[in-house]
Design a protein around this ligand. Structure first.
Ligand SMILES: *Cc1c(COP(=O)(O)O)cnc(C)c1O
Length: 235
């Protein structure tokens, strides 16, 4: 990366922080309640390492292998990395114990495999359940109707702890379009929290991306996932 590119990235992150703070304030929330995750998929280890020095809280990767490679290369500096993309069962072993949080739990089979790997390693793996709010075929995640049935099973898996919910709503065409989805996810979050399942500690609401993170914050997001807003458009 050239110094010009570095400067551009630094300014983008500063801008995002300012917008996050403003959105939090407008919603009567504390800015420090909301984490900025850099979605570093497809970015080189070098670019990722540069961004680790900026004002971001943590990283998110979509592919297990990319997370492992960049972590081994030290690209995340001292910041945690989360798994935010769809996780295949046979890849769970690579990220359990390495990803601070897996955002994409979407089936009981995957939960069982994560639990099995966590037990093998003698640890507890934190996860979010991914909810497919709009019923999009192309996306993973459980439907809002399936969520409680999944939680009732998952809460019996001792080496797994549910920390909250994640969603990727349809790409918004106009500003504000995704607010109803964010609001719906927050409602599910609050409902589950009030039910006090074992091994379920609802404290993370992962929603909002480059184009809609301010709306997500207005609706209660505690973690926003920003890719292109930090790194520029993906090729
Ligand atoms: C790529 C990605 C993001 C970031 O998307 P941008 O629109 O580039 O901000 C967030 N969440 C997930 C799961 C992603 O795959």
């Amino acid at each position: 990366m050239g110094t010009e590119e570095q400067k551009v990235m630094e300014e983008r992150v500063q801008n995002i922080r300012r917008q996050m703070e403003e959105a939090a304030r407008q919603a009567g929330r504390k800015p420090e309640e909301i984490l900025l995750l850099a979605a570093s998929k497809t970015q080189s280890a070098q670019t990722t390492a540069f961004s680790a020095r900026l004002d971001i809280d943590l990283f998110g990767e979509n592919r297990a292998q990319e997370l492992v490679e960049k972590m081994d290369a030290g690209a995340y500096g001292d910041k945690p990395a989360h798994m935010i993309g769809h996780l295949q069962k046979n890849k769970a072993k690579y990220v359990v114990g390495r990803a601070g949080l897996i955002h994409s739990l979407d089936s009981l089979e995957l939960a069982r495999e994560i639990c099995r790997q966590a037990q093998k390693k003698g640890l507890t793996q934190d996860v979010l359940v991914e909810v497919n709010l709009a019923g999009e075929q192309s996306k993973s995640g459980v439907s809002p109707q399936e969520l409680e049935a999944l939680l009732e099973q998952v809460c019996q898996l001792g080496a797994l702890r549910v920390r909250g919910l994640m969603a990727i709503p349809p790409a918004a065409q106009v500003p504000g379009q995704n607010r109803p989805y964010f609001s719906a996810l927050r409602q599910l979050f609050v409902d589950i929290k009030s039910k006090k399942y074992d091994n379920v500690n609802m404290d993370c609401l992962s929603m909002g991306m480059s184009r809609d993170f301010c709306d997500a914050i207005a609706e209660g997001a505690t973690l926003v996932r920003i890719g292109s807003g930090i790194y520029g458009p993906r090729s």
